[in-house]
Design a protein. Structure first.
Length: 184
């Protein structure tokens, strides 16, 4: 079934189709599977809300014993001129569970823009005494990095465009779209 884009959502074009996403998510999972020992536990840390859809698809292809936990971070602020922009002000809206200590963590992000969120999260996890940290992001905007952050597993490098769908939002909406659109 094809889901029609809401008529009110204008000035967008498809960047990544549902099929392209699904194929790449499968490949990413294979990359992750082959870089971890299959007999060690992995804890997938889903960064809410943007990574929810991507992570749900990704974890179903992982083959090691996998736990799932979440953290609710807010790093984007509304900008009256051009929609949304990255913010220096990262808020933790939920606490990390104490049980995260000594775990092998795979951070799953929707998108790395400036890299500030990832840097913040890595510092937070380090404070919590985790055993290892790796990072996986569906989308990466290399030209926008401010922090010297290189996510280990990257779905797609993209340019400096605002994207929505497949978990990513525009003012809280459109996370449910099965594909990724860019604002034009
Ligand atoms: P930083 O700059 O900290 O930003 O790397 C990462 C977070 O910013 C959000 N983000 C976006 N959200 N469309 C979105 O819906 C975008 O194009 C976009 N760029 C950044 C996202 O929540 C990410 O976790
Ligand atoms: Mg967002």
């Amino acid at each position: 079934m094809k889901i029609k884009v809401n008529d009110k959502l204008r000035n967008t074009q498809e960047l990544l189709s549902a099929e392209v996403l699904s194929n790449r998510v499968y490949e990413l999972a294979q990359e992750i599977n082959s870089s971890y020992p299959q007999d060690e536990n992995l804890t997938v840390l889903i960064v809410l809300h943007g990574s929810l859809i991507f992570a749900a698809d990704l974890v179903r292809h992982l083959t090691m014993p996998t736990e799932i936990t979440t953290i609710d971070l807010k790093s984007y602020i509304s900008d009256s001129s051009n929609g949304m922009k990255s913010s220096n002000n990262i808020k933790v809206l939920s606490k990390l569970p104490e049980t995260i200590r000594d775990k092998n963590i795979l951070i799953v992000e929707d998108i790395v823009d400036t890299g500030r969120t990832l840097k913040f999260l890595i510092a937070l996890l380090t404070e919590h005494g985790v055993k290892s940290i790796n990072t996986c992001t569906l989308l990466n905007k290399p030209s926008e990095h401010i922090e010297p952050i290189a996510p280990k597993f990257v779905g797609f490098d993209i340019g400096n465009v605002f994207v929505l769908g497949y978990g990513l939002d525009l003012n809280g909406k459109y996370r449910n779209l099965p594909h990724i659109l860019e604002l034009i």
